[in-house]
Design a protein around this ligand. Structure first.
Ligand code: ADP
Ligand code: MG
Length: 698
């Protein structure tokens, strides 16, 4: 028995240095192990031979055994074709080639048996198969006669003549070498408990299954394993941290909180708001550090929740700090907090890059002597050497703009770790949250404050702007403001920027009677803030922007969000943008303007937007449509997903099973010291070595 990771791929029959090079360059396959874990993307059932009389054009790929009795060449140029008359002893079938004709004429023999594999169709009014695969019956191994694997190859490989068939030859050569039982990676008690297929069988069946059921069981076992080890790593870190990180014990809900709740709160909290505040308070009085993710759709009232948990910190003699991703948002928080707190004896200060000199010094002193209760800032400020007397709670707003490293830096701000609350308006489906933020506890505000008018969303094409412009005038005349958003995709930033600037000029011509602001990512922060401020204050009626406005801006008077080239935005992004309107009492609108030519997927995306306002529904759909790799935040999660088979979007239930199982294992044996967990312990150590920075995630 050899270690497959040590066996170089060129030691397999049929793979010379050239092909080995190609395999490594194109598919990253260097060893036997790599090849073993390069799974087919589909299988086609070749277990049955059909008779020609059974064939219909509705059938998928089928195979027929027979002989060519004659060939006939016809047509010129692009119509040049070769037709073979294939006879199965009962009936004839036309088989046609349009290219590679001279090769076929040379290599295909008359009156010899072939197994023909292709899709029945109609050509020239007759049942025929075009460009089939042909195999000699004697070369059809048992595996090829059952479920045939199809492997992905790249353009370069195809040019060099390496097809799925070539890879199939490699894997079957590999399996004929693997005469021993491949070692198991999961403990026997888990295999029994979950009725999993043993690894050896699963690996073989994932390539060469005998039935569709066997293939499904093999895939399930392999997917489970991928997800299980991710959960095991995340949860063992989370538990360690939980044990080790002592937290301040916020046992009191005291004067500040109660005073605010009874005398200042201008409305009833929603049930969801009450629940998440209770969840956080339970964390903060536990004696361990809180690490919680608060998810809530745009407008669900996260800011108020943030303020109220900060009041709990104050009641327990601590300071609290909230970080916003931009200056304008930080300023907005300040206004919001001051409006809520009115004359309450709570000192709130704002510290951004703009605060300098004496003013800054005063704030720094206030933080050190403890007279400032709440600090609002941008992350730039928090990263500077700002010292607190007694920082007990840190809240990070709009999490996905913060990297993992930035969050880790927070711990250094005080001796005992402050409690940490991360707030995000980008709803992450539960299965993804469990993986991305597996070591954060998750709270969800799944209810909007009462009385909101849902935003009405429409999808229109970009060929009739006049109608759109009339709508704009109507809304502005009614005293409202309008957003015009344009995509800004990294690869073509220059081009996009030009679009925004052109459009700005164009809109100025269309609406000479109105004032227009413009913001885009290439502006200096101070310029950007100044332009934004004009829109916030109502000085300008229209804001032309790239997605820089996506996060958090609150202009209740803005009632229309027009998204140009909507086809170029992802679902979550569209939803975030839409969240900028519908914040006031008036009916708001979101207009998705797109090109007429849309792929089916894009059309679906825009349709989902017009059908629902529910951020979680949208996130689920997004995850299914695009896969988790594209979701915002995944890049920053610090977790390299190395999933070959499992898909976080589609395999939600398996993620849950993997998580429950990891939890079951760690409950019984937290350090994986038991004999039956030896395999797990070893594998975990390897994974942790690969992922040094996982410990930073929190
Ligand atoms: P988020 O930050 O979650 O997008 P906000 O905290 O900005 O949402 O809240 C949106 C608006 O709803 C704010 O104007 C806020 O004052 C208001 N709001 C918050 N909670 C309630 C509530 N329970 N009842 C009524 N209005 C609320
Ligand atoms: Mg907010």
């Amino acid at each position: 028995m050899e270690d497959l990771r040590q066996q170089a791929i060129n030691y397999l029959p049929g793979i010379g240095p050239q092909r080995a090079k190609m395999l490594e360059a194109e598919l990253g396959i260097k060893t036997w192990h790599d090849l073993l874990y390069t799974f087919p993307y589909k299988h086609i059932d070749r277990s049955r031979l059909y008779k020609i009389r059974e064939l219909t054009t509705e059938m998928p790929f089928v195979q027929v055994m027979g002989q060519f009795l004659s060939f006939e060449e016809a047509g010129q140029g692009r119509k040049h074709r070769l037709t073979g008359h294939f006879w199965d002893g009962e009936m004839f079938l036309d088989v046609t080639w349009f290219h590679g004709i001279s090769f076929i004429k040379k290599s295909v023999k008359i009156r010899k048996d072939y197994i023909l594999f292709g899709r029945p169709g109609v050509y020239g009014g007759r049942l025929s198969v075009i460009h089939p695969d042909l195999d000699k019956p004697e070369s059809m191994t048992l595996s090829k006669m059952s479920m045939q694997p199809y492997y992905s190859t790249t353009e370069r490989m195809k040019k060099a003549g390496m097809t799925s068939r070539t890879l199939e030859n490699f894997t079957s050569a590999l399996f004929s070498k693997l005469t021993w039982t491949l070692p198991e990676t999961l403990p026997q008690y888990l295999i029994d408990r979950l009725h999993l297929m043993p690894l050896d069988k699963a690996l073989r069946a994932a390539h060469y299954p005998t039935t569709a059921d066997e293939l499904a069981a093999a895939n399930m076992r392999l997917k489970f394993e991928e997800l299980f080890f991710i959960q095991l790593v995340i949860m063992s870190y989370a538990r360690k941290r939980q044990q080790e990180r002592v937290g301040r014990r916020f046992s009191r809900v005291g004067e500040a909180f109660n005073n605010f709740y009874h005398n200042y709160l201008p409305f009833q909290l929603t049930e969801a708001q009450k629940r998440v505040i209770r969840e956080m308070h339970a964390d903060m009085k536990s004696g361990h550090q809180m690490n919680r993710l608060l998810q809530g759709d745009v407008g669900s009232g996260k800011t108020l929740v943030a303020l109220m948990v900060m009041l709990i910190a104050i009641d327990n003699g601590c300071q609290a700090c909230i970080m916003a991703p931009t200056e304008i948002l930080a300023e907005q928080h300040l206004q919001t907090f001051l409006n809520f707190l009115k004359d309450m004896p709570v000192r709130v200060e704002l510290l951004t890059g703009n605060v300098k000199g004496k003013r800054r010094k005063a704030i720094e002193e206030g933080l050190l002597d403890g007279s400032i209760d709440i600090l609002i800032g941008t992350h730039a400020v928090i990263e500077d050497n700002v010292q607190f007397k007694n920082l007990g709670l840190v809240i990070i707003d709009e999490q996905h703009r913060f990297g993992v490293a930035q969050r880790a830096r927070l711990w250094q701000k005080s001796e005992v770790c402050p409690h940490v609350l991360v707030m995000t308006a980008t709803p992450i489906p539960r299965t993804l949250a469990m993986t991305l933020y597996g070591d954060l506890d998750v709270s969800v505000i799944d209810e909007l404050p009462p009385g909101r008018k849902p935003v009405r969303t429409m999808h229109i094409y970009d060929n009739q702007p006049e109608q759109l412009y009339r709508g704009v005038i109507r809304e502005i005349e009614a005293g409202h403001q309008i957003y015009f958003v344009f995509p800004l995709v990294k690869e073509s930033e220059k081009l996009d920027l030009k679009n925004v600037q052109d459009e700005f000029v164009h809109l100025k011509e269309v609406f000479p009677q109105y004032k227009i602001s413009m913001v885009h990512g290439k502006m200096k922060p101070s310029e950007k803030d100044a332009e934004m401020q004009k829109f916030v204050s109502g000085e300008t009626q229209i804001l032309v922007a790239t997605t820089v406005i996506e996060v958090g801006v609150n202009v209740p008077n803005a009632s229309v969000m027009i998204i140009q080239n909507a086809e170029r935005f992802g679902l979550s992004q569209l939803h975030q943008l839409r969240g900028r309107v519908g914040r006031g009492a008036e009916q708001s609108y979101c207009i998705l303007v797109s090109n007429f030519k849309l792929s089916a997927e894009t059309r679906k995306r825009l349709q989902i937007m017009t059908e629902t306002n529910d951020g979680f529904e949208i996130a689920e759909a997004d995850l299914k449509l695009r896969g988790p790799g594209d979701l915002e935040g995944t890049q920053q999660s610090g977790i390299a997903f190395n999933l070959k088979l499992a898909n976080l979007g589609r395999d939600g239930q398996l993620v849950q099973l993997a998580r429950d199982t990891a939890s079951f294992v760690l409950d019984a044996d937290p350090d994986l010291q038991a004999k039956e967990n030896t395999l797990l312990r070893r594998h975990l150590q390897e994974l942790k070595k690969e992922q040094q920075d996982w410990s930073q995630i929190s």
